[in-house]
Design a protein around this ligand. Structure first.
Ligand code: ZN
Length: 139
């Protein structure tokens, strides 16, 4: 049995899953609308994927970014794949705002605006985003 946290993750936050990947909406109080795409298989680097699967992943990230733009209208979107702590391929798609808690730094850095709280409307936008994420890949 693998000890990798992403190989064994609780599926409670999953909004969509297919044979290649799953999409989750983490419950992030500072960044509602933060989406994560996680490969189901334990691959360490992008070049471990076949070109065909890499194209499917990239296309999915493209779709996620479009939906995040549509519903949250962020000032910028950060797409990140790090994996230094958990070397299991996954991507973060993060809506960013000029007044958010870490702007202009990555969200893993020290806060630049510690008082920041996202506006309430954003949680409604995320509910709609979740519905569309659940169906966007089914056609
Ligand atoms: Zn893993």
């Amino acid at each position: 049995m693998s000890t990798c946290v992403l190989c064994n993750e609780d599926i409670a936050q999953v909004v969509y899953k297919n044979q290649l990947f799953r999409i989750i909406l983490p419950d992030d109080s500072l960044y509602p609308g933060f989406v994560r795409l996680i490969l189901n298989s334990h691959y360490k680097e992008m070049t471990d994927l076949s070109i065909s699967d890499a194209n499917k992943v990239f296309s999915a990230i493209f779709t996620i970014e479009k939906l995040v733009r549509l519903y949250l209208n962020p000032d910028k979107i950060n797409v990140a794949s790090l994996g230094n702590v958990v070397p299991h391929l996954h991507w973060h798609i993060i809506p960013r705002f000029y007044n958010d808690a870490h702007y202009p730094n990555p969200i893993w850095c020290e806060k630049t605006n510690p008082q920041y709280k996202p506006p309430e409307i954003r949680y409604k936008q995320v509910s709609q985003l979740a519905l569309d994420l659940a169906t966007a890949f089914e056609s």
